[in-house]
Write a protein that binds this ligand. Sequence first.
Ligand code: SOE
Length: 390
Amino acid sequence: MTPLRIGIVGYGFMGRAHSNAYKRLNDFFAVQHRPVLTAVCARDASKAQAFASNWGYERVETDWRRMVEAPDIDLIDIASPNDTHYEIVLAAAKAGKMILCEKPLAMNVRQAEEMTEAVEKAGVPNMVWFNYRRVPAVALARQVVDEGRIGKPFHYRATYLQDWTISPDLPQGGAALWRLDVNVAGSGVTGDLLAHSIDTAMWLNGPISRVTALTRTFIKERTHAITGAVQSVGIDDACMFLAEFANGSIGTFESTRYARGRKNFNTFELNGAAGSVYFDLEDPQYLSFFEYNQLQSGQKIESHLAGWRKIHVTNSEHPWMSHYWVPGTTIGYEHTFLNALADFVAAVESGKRVRPDFRDALETQRVCDAVLLSAQTGAWVDIQTAQAEA
Ligand code: SOE
């Protein structure tokens, strides 16, 4: 087997999720590469060392440039805060490394364009960790769409709700709460949560052509965890937007971190002339599907038995499930990263394009930026470029 020597930047929640995928890849997927946990990089050497010891990384680096240039690293994985992605990607592409990057790809479209150009010019395999595409039920929704079972689409409806920032006492900034600091995160729920919803939406229903948005910052000032000063809050705590898709359907997107009781409530529904699909990440083993397919005298009608079916997406025929347990048994959140990694490595081996790559993530970034601009101006904003073909 060929070693795939990993250098990861960041040891937080995503550093753990990705590391778990590297460790389990060969247990479940018959690929030719074997990930080697070579280095973890972070500014805090002792925390990085604790992470390295726990997950089995061979060494610790405190300067990402050294790690990017190290000859014994094949792949750079960026699991650090959003404001670090740009520089690391440009350097890693220049060094000819494969690159996996956390979402959102960049702080803004300008950065995302440069990053996409850099990886394409360097010809390095790249992928962005929009992991929810790799929930088997979400991938089954895509299959249902591809099979023409939704028919002409009319509506797309997405929500992504959490509740962990409601307390005004929560500081902003620092290792744990950088998502609240606009200088580090770039935006609030738009880049952090709606980027997921937009990626899924465009994957299922095609490009978004224009948007109009409303954002709200409920708590205007928070103490900064690093400076200790009370500073104004620059992120969007909540965002709602309307979208028009290029295929003529219309969509609503809603996200907040102030929906009391909602922890990671990521849902979508797509309604077409022939059928509908509905998914809820808090019930992730299921895809709900309504099919308008009862035939009577050659005509489609709704019979007395028509209704939503809740498909338990755990059969071997379902995406990725044959790699795990027996039908009826479930997999979890961590497997979405494992599935993504397996697809990435298989694509490296076959020379095929893996999705979502930087070009896909750039299109998502265009929508995020358009949403934020629309929220500022109150106007509809067109999304300028065409989405790469799926
Ligand atoms: C935010 O709370 C967060 O951790 C996001 O950053 C992740 O992308 C999402 O999957 C779960 O929620």
